[in-house]
Design a protein around this ligand. Structure first.
Ligand code: GTP
Ligand code: MG
Length: 195
């Protein structure tokens, strides 16, 4: 599919401010600095669309982007960033939790993880939480340009095993080289068609 139109719609800090959403909603989730905003930018083909931070952990809201008038991307706050106070963390978890409680929103998960990292307890906890909610998850291994080409398929296999998922659901990705972009667009096309 081709992305022809993309616009920032709104940001919410509180679930009560969420207006009705009647389009499939793709949640971009992952640790702080995983490459979420860069991912959105490269998929829509705009350099400064979603905010790319030099300070990790800056995005505190859920940011909604309407794409092709067909679906939403939601840029999530990165989790696992140490410098956030417990209080902020609590408000942030509440926002996320209340969003995932909303049954009316048709949610799909893109779980982003830096391909050089090992998933840790926080990643697994979040994934378990999403699986309990029966949400479809695709795993995007970001910054794949940082590792030699010869190692990509081995790294992919390790993640397939760690996440215990189908190999087609793990997509190596680079915001620099655009590797993986076609695969992601094909997947999104299927989401749009089934809705
Ligand atoms: P938070 O909003 O803080 O949670 O971060 P984020 O997940 O949105 O990450 P962001 O897109 O801001 O990227 C973090 C850093 O990683 C930036 O310096 C990006 O330029 C860099 N980065 C993101 N994707 C890639 C990639 O595919 N390759 C390389 N080499 N760098 C990347
Ligand atoms: Mg971001």
């Amino acid at each position: 599919m081709e992305i022809k139109k993309s616009e920032f719609k709104f940001a919410i800090f509180n679930i009560n401010n969420l207006t009705e959403i009647d389009l499939p909603t793709i949640c971009i989730i992952g640790r702080s600095n995983a490459g979420k905003s860069s991912f959105i930018n490269t998929i829509v083909g705009k350099k400064k669309f979603a905010y790319v931070s030099s300070t990790p952990g800056k995005t505190r809201s859920l940011n909604f982007y309407l794409i092709n008038d067909q679906f939403f991307f939601v840029d999530f706050p990165g989790f696992g960033y140490g410098a956030i106070s417990d209080l902020t963390k609590k408000g942030w978890n509440e926002l996320i939790d209340s969003f995932f409680q909303l049954e009316k929103v048709r949610k799909y998960i893109f779980f982003l993880i830096d391909c050089r990292r090992q998933p840790d307890n926080i990643d697994y906890e979040f994934i378990d939480y999403l699986r309990e909610k029966k949400l479809p998850i695709v795993y995007i291994l970001t910054k794949i340009d940082k590792i030699p080409k010869s190692k990509v398929s081995g790294i992919k296999s390790i993640f397939v095993e760690s996440f215990n998922c189908d190999k087609n659901l793990v997509i190596p990705y680079s915001s620099l080289t655009k590797e993986g972009k076609e695969k992601v667009l094909n997947y999104i096309e299927r989401i749009v068609l089934e809705n």
